[in-house]
Ligand binder design. Structure first.
Ligand code: UDP
Ligand code: MG
Length: 309
């Protein structure tokens, strides 16, 4: 049953204090398989790379890709997918928020024929109320907008079959919202629920700004509904404005003495319209920016060094 190659991809960005504890927990789990462990160093500025290089000398199955600078989590995962060889490919975070022990269960389901096995976040420990609410809001929003159902509470801890990895590697787009891209393929999939622990050490590298970027990327990659909504809003406020003009004109003709000029109404209307216009321009800008990035066809990341490949 175990004559397959398992690839484990770990994106790391400034995780110096997490690597040893992570390896201590991960290695006993994957030792029973033929494995390759692919670390992608996403331009860390601390000792992460040095520690990984030392580990790579001791263990030749530990492979290392290092980026020339920080390109982001999704790019690191993409580099892992493009450089791994396994029939089953697991992506996992290095901060022990994703329990490595779950990999056994993922493999069992994979062997039953599922092409995608998601680890779904049940309880979340040690993440504050704000992070949990914004995360759940994000999943709701993206599902309301996207034409592809994107699984709720599912992060990037998952197992993919080689077929799915090949499919991802063939996708030409620059922008990589991997959770959406995997869902888009609609492969037979299975969820395993787990309790998400606190970070072993260090702080999250997903502050609000990066979460907003990820959300915008996810939405603009999978839906043009925001553009359509801009059209709807514009049409609705246009019709309202037109009705308002007719109303005022009629009033002026029928009873000119009751015609009072109030600036509050005018001011609110101008502010409201100004707001809607700015938001609309912003939405269009998001998509124009996306088109610009796609036609530049710049590589998603620059690899500085590869070890043990
Ligand atoms: N990470 C990365 N590049 C980044 C940010 C994060 O490779 O620009 C890695 C990070 O080292 C970790 C994983 O992606 O292994 C998840 O990041 P983090 O734990 O900060 O996110 P959270 O779990 O808080 O969503
Ligand atoms: Mg984390």
């Amino acid at each position: 049953m175990n004559n397959f190659l398992l690839s484990v991809i770990v994106p790391v960005y400034n995780e110096e204090s997490n690597i040893s504890p992570f390896l201590k927990r991960l290695l006993p789990v994957i030792k029973k398989y033929q494995y390759e462990l692919v670390f992608v160093d996403d331009g860390s500025t601390d000792e992460t790379l040095a520690i990984l290089k030392k580990e790579a000398v001791r263990n030749e199955r530990l492979k290392l890709i290092s980026f020339s600078r920080n390109f982001g989590h999704q790019s690191a995962l993409t580099a892992g997918y493009e450089n791994c060889l396994g029939q089953a490919v697991v992506t996992i975070d290095a901060d022990l928020q994703d329990p490595p022990e779950l990999i056994d269960k993922m493999i069992q389901f994979w062997q039953k024929g599922y092409r995608v096995v998601y680890a779904k976040r049940g309880k979340r420990w040690g993440e504050n109320y704000f992070k949990k609410t914004t995360a759940s809001l994000f999943y709701k929003l993206i599902n309301a907008l996207s034409d592809v159902p994107i699984p709720q509470e599912v992060g990037d801890f998952r197992l993919l079959d080689r077929k799915v990895v090949d499919y991802l590697n063939r996708l030409p787009e620059h922008s990589r919202f991997l959770r959406g891209l995997v869902a888009w393929g609609n492969f037979p999939s299975k969820d395993i629920v787990f309790e998400r622990n606190e970070r072993f050490s260090g702080k999250t590298h997903y502050p609000l700004s990066k979460m907003v970027n990820l959300a915008l990327d996810g939405i603009t990659s999978f839906s043009i509904k925001p553009l359509r909504m801009a059209t709807y809003f514009g049409t609705a406020s246009g019709i309202l404005g037109f009705l308002g003009i007719i109303y005022e004109l009629t009033r002026k003709i029928i009873s000119p003495q009751s015609f009072v000029i109030g600036w509050t109404g005018l001011f609110t209307a101008v502010m409201f319209m100004g707001g809607i216009q700015l938001i609309t321009i912003g939405i269009i800008g998001e998509y124009v920016g996306k088109i610009y990035q796609e036609i530049q066809k710049r590589p998603r990341f620059m690899i500085k060094e590869k070890i043990n490949f």
